[in-house]
Every structure is written in C-alpha cells, then in structure tokens.
Design a protein around this ligand. Sequence first.
Ligand SMILES: NC(=O)c1ccc[n+]([C@@H]2O[C@H](COP(=O)([O-])OP(=O)(O)OC[C@H]3O[C@@H](n4cnc5c(N)ncnc54)[C@H](O)[C@@H]3O)[C@@H](O)[C@H]2O)c1
Length: 250
Amino acid sequence: MRRFEDRAVLITGAASGIGQATALRIAEEGGRIFCLDVQAEAVEATAKQARELGAEAVAMECDVSDEGAVDRAVAACVERFGKLDALAHVAGILRFSHTHEMDTDTWRRIQSINTDGTFFVCRAALPHLVASKGNIVNVSSVAAKAGLAYGACYAASKGAVLAFTKALAVEYGKEGVRVNSVCPGSIKTPMTRGGAGLPKDADMKLVLRQMALDQPRGPETVASVIAFLASDDAAHVNGVDILIDGGTLA
Ligand SMILES: NC(=O)c1ccc[n+]([C@@H]2O[C@H](COP(=O)([O-])OP(=O)(O)OC[C@H]3O[C@@H](n4cnc5c(N)ncnc54)[C@H](O)[C@@H]3O)[C@@H](O)[C@H]2O)c1
C-alpha cells in the first residue's frame, strides 16, 4: 500500500513509541515525513530509519509546548515540502500521582504539553491544511473516556484533546479539512513501561480496569489506525475518535 505517495506529513512525538511507529508506517507507504520531538538524537534516528526505507524524511528538535518553536517547525516543514497534507500529533506525557498530592507545576507541565501543545501544533498547521484540503489526527486516550485513577491531570488533558478535535472537525470540515482522534489504551511503549510511575500504594484493582481484555500490544497497532485516518481511505470520516484499546472499554 502506498497511500502517502507524494504526501507531506508532519508527525510530532516521532522519537519514540506511537509517534515513531506512525512516522515509519507513513514512510513505508511513500510519505514525505517531517518528524518533531524534544529528543533530538532519537528523532533523528527515526528519520534515518525512514530514509533507509527510501522515504524523504527530516527530523527537527521541537518542544510542542513552545509556540514559537512550533511555528518555526511547521514553517520549516512547509518550506521543505512546499505543502502540508496531514498532521499526526502524537507527542504527549503521562505522570501519575495521587491528585491531592500533585503540585501545581506538574499539573501545568502536563497541560502545557498535552493541551496547549495540541492547540499550538494544530493552529500552526491549519492554514496549510486548508490550502491542501488535508487532515489532522490527534492522539487522545482511553483516559478521556473512563476514569484513570492517579491520572486525573492526564485524563483532563486528553479530554481536552477530544473536545478540541471535534470542534475543529466542525469548524474546518466545510473547508475540506478532516480532524479526527484516536484513543489508545494498553500500548507497549516507553510511556507505559514498568508501571509508568504509579504511586507505590496504588490500588491495582483500580489500575487494572484500564487493561486490554487479552494483552497489551505494540505501537504499530495505533500507527495503522492513524495512517488509515490520515489517508484517503478515510475520506468521509471526520470528527470521530477511534478506541484502540483491545476491548478495555467494551
Ligand atoms: N502507550 C499508551 O498506552 C497510550 C495510551 C493512550 C494514549 N497514549 C498517547 O500516545 C502518545 C504517544 O505516547 P507513547 O505511548 O508513544 O509514549 P512515548 O513516551 O514513547 O512517546 C511520546 C513522545 O512524545 C515526546 N514528547 C514528550 N514531550 C514532548 C514535547 N514537549 N514536545 C515534543 N515532543 C514531546 C517524547 O519525547 C516521546 O518521543 C501520547 O500522546 C500518549 O499520551 C499512549
């Protein structure tokens, strides 16, 4: 399948996990990819892997919570490719804590990356996507749909991503821009490795509610759905949020 032949795609969080898998999936399908992440060396490694697959791939260090850096990165992407056809906004962070023990700086850091970052990246990309009649795929979470104990701040940020995505879908749909989201759960990535920093006294009964019915799966299981939504196979799909959670919320 070469659904992204000659398509210019911007991917955030591309150094690791779901973002890296998405970058490589789109590269395999012929896309020209522009990869952003705060991890400079690791995002360059993703771009190198994509080039080895025969794709045109560029990496750039960018903190999505820094609006100036985001504006510069999107401008650099459009300067390089001459256009932008799709945005896969994957970057995000997760921190667990008892909510009554969470300090305000941590709350603001999570919101600034997950919520503000989504706004900054989409805002910068939208004029170019209107020009190309392109699309956006944002990454939310099962945490936006079912209570995630010890993850209230993260859940609030991912709920914001869902609501923001639906609003954009309606606002820009008439201009031919589709905006969708995915809600992963139980995906094996560095973010979820080793309990992801749960409080030592966490009640595991509450945490296990969020586990897949059969088994956790790899980031490629999310990348394939993001690639579907970003491709013309989803030409009539706008404003949806697709659960990719192994049946957790069934
Ligand atoms: N793994 C799961 O089970 C799961 C479930 C639901 C949602 N998600 C979401 O999927 C997305 C990807 O997570 P993942 O599991 O691949 O984790 P990950 O930690 O492997 O990848 C996240 C990437 O985002 C990057 N990043 C973090 N802060 C950034 C910033 N300020 N600017 C730019 N890049 C930044 C990291 O460097 C990393 O490369 C996140 O938005 C996460 O919330 C993951």
